[in-house]
Design a protein around this ligand. Structure first.
Ligand SMILES: Cc1cc2nc3c(=O)[nH]c(=O)nc-3n(C[C@H](O)[C@H](O)[C@H](O)COP(=O)(O)OP(=O)(O)OC[C@H]3O[C@@H](n4cnc5c(N)ncnc54)[C@H](O)[C@@H]3O)c2cc1C
Length: 478
């Protein structure tokens, strides 16, 4: 059967753009279908605006707290509209990289519209039937909206509206204390809004190392964020223009509600049933080659419901690209997605970065053969110089030094984790991290943590403990 394209990509965000660009550069015939704007959540409503807002909020925080360095900062004024204006400027600066013109220049046919599958090998958009050797679904996710009575009537924000707010609410409830809730909650608090966070668990950021999450929580509380734990928002009422949120016994009265309770995959309008593509609770079901139940259709990014990060969508896009583009060969030995070494960071202040297993997961898998190497930033001279002594690096290894995971909470944790990521990805032992590091840098937190294994092995080595003093005694007496 003759088809129109090598690949049709549905969804032009972090995953889809990588597939489309790389396929076109390899001279394949590619169509990219996008229902809204190229760039996806990351550019418009996710990573880019959130990190820009975090930066503006951080500057506000630094200025307010500059007096500890003898710098006077009385009467700090925050123009919220201008702080959020910075967010829009950053989006505009990055947007040309994801523009339709750029992709068309590469040879991608960009089609704006929201289409659907009409059978196992045809996608219809704007009345045009697209056939392809392979399809890639990369339609991402959207904020989940729980059925809280009164919520819709009272009105609320999600990540899709929050970056366009020009007037600062004086008070805000953040429902959900995961990474997005914590990043945005701290930013709004720093920009002068009284924030209350509602966490359904006892721990904020429940996927993270509990000790590391506790460091972030302590900082949030110190900055004035209120955290209501083990509670769910279960009713909302609008009273005299204010929003009243009930969470268990608590009644929280605020100007605005921000929802950050998880993500739902964008699958509903694609008519995946007609294409024979199975969908589970978390999203489209794929195998390790990221192939769906229809062998012509692949999926990547948030829509498959795994690790929902831009860099993971990009990684999966490369797996999908090779398998889909070279399918006649690749079907015999497909590229497989490998999630052993997936790092991520939450860009609160202090930042919290992670790769691999938590201590608890490591103990469940490796029993007693687990070492926890914990190095506080306090002992790192550069951290002292920058008054950034909060937090620690925790590297989890086997007793022989195989790295199982790492958790860094502290200044620049999202940058510092990469040295450990590189070591893990290349199966280097933790001793590889003890090599020379520039003094004074924060990276010494990694080398100092890694050295703890050698120190512990030496302390436990009874032979060396008794032999070395005698050996040196012998040398001195000669
Ligand atoms: C507030 C926030 C902060 C974040 N911060 C980070 C961060 O710091 N680091 C990080 O790695 N990740 C971060 N993320 C996650 C990151 O944004 C996503 O993991 C990433 O965008 C997923 O890429 P994707 O290609 O799967 O989806 P997207 O990039 O969202 O792209 C999906 C595209 O498909 C389109 N689409 C949807 N339905 C259809 C349809 N029916 N037909 C055609 N097109 C369709 C959409 O319009 C969109 O353009 C953040 C997310 C949020 C919400």
């Amino acid at each position: 059967m003759t088809v129109d394209y090598d690949i049709v990509v549905i969804g032009g965000g972090s995953g889809g753009l990588v597939v489309a660009a790389a396929a076109a550069q390899l001279k394949a015939k590619v169509a990219l279908v996008e229902k809204d704007k190229l760039g996806g959540d990351c550019l418009w409503y996710g990573c880019v605006p959130s990190k820009s807002l975090i930066h503006a909020a951080r500057v506000a925080h630094e200025v307010k707290n500059a007096s500890r360095f003898g710098i006077s900062s009385d009467n700090v004024q925050i123009d919220f509209a201008q702080a959020n204006g910075h967010v829009q400027k950053v989006i505009q600066a990055i947007q040309p990289h994801d523009s339709p013109e750029r992709f068309e220049g590469m040879g991608v046919e960009v089609i704006f519209g929201s289409g659907q599958f009409i059978d196992r090998h045809t996608f219809e958009v704007n009345g045009k039937k697209l056939t392809a050797r392979n399809f890639v679904v990369s339609t991402g996710s959207r904020p989940a909206v729980p059925p809280i009575p009164g919520l819709k009537e009272a009105g609320f924000l999600t990540n899709e509206q929050v970056f366009s707010v020009t007037e600062r609410p004086d008070s805000m409830v953040v429902v959900g204390a995961g990474p997005i809730g914590c990043e945005l909650g701290q930013s709004f608090q720093r920009l002068g809004c009284q924030v209350t966070m509602i966490s359904s668990r006892d721990q904020i950021m429940p996927k993270e190392d509990p000790e590391a999450a506790a460091v972030v929580e302590k900082q949030l509380l110190a900055e004035g964020v209120r955290i209501v734990k083990n509670a769910r928002a279960d009713k909302v009422e609008l009273i005299d223009g204010k929003k009243c949120v009930w969470a268990g016994d608590e009644k929280i009265v605020v100007d605005e509600i921000l929802l950050s309770v998880g993500r739902s995959p964008n699958v509903e309008t694609l008519n995946l049933e007609a294409a024979g593509v199975e969908v589970g609770k978390k999203g489209i079901k794929v195998d390790s080659a990221l192939q769906t139940s229809n062998s012509r259709i692949y999926a990547c990014g948030d829509v498959i419901g795994g690790y929902q990060f831009t860099h993971v969508a990009g990684y999966e896009a490369v797996v999908v690209l090779t398998n889909a583009l070279f399918s006649p060969i690749k079907k015999w030995f497909p590229s497989k997605a490998n999630y052993r070494v997936i790092p991520w960071a939450t860009f609160t202040d202090p930042e919290l970065a992670r790769v691999g297993l938590t201590a608890q997961q490591a103990k469940e898998r490796y029993g007693d053969d687990v070492m926890i190497l914990k190095q506080p930033f306090e002992d790192v001279d550069r951290a002292q110089a920058e008054a950034a002594t909060t937090g620690f690096a925790k590297i989890i290894t086997t007793k022989k030094g195989e790295i199982l995971g790492a958790h860094i909470v502290g200044s620049s944790a999202g940058e510092l984790i990469h040295e450990i990521v590189l070591a893990m990805a290349n199966n280097l032992k933790v001793s590889a991290l003890t090599g020379i590091h520039i003094y004074p840098t924060l990276t010494e937190v990694n080398s100092k943590a890694a050295l703890l294994l050698q120190k512990s092995n030496f302390a436990d080595n009874e032979f060396l403990q008794s032999f070395l003093p005698r050996f040196f005694g012998f040398l001195r007496s000669r």
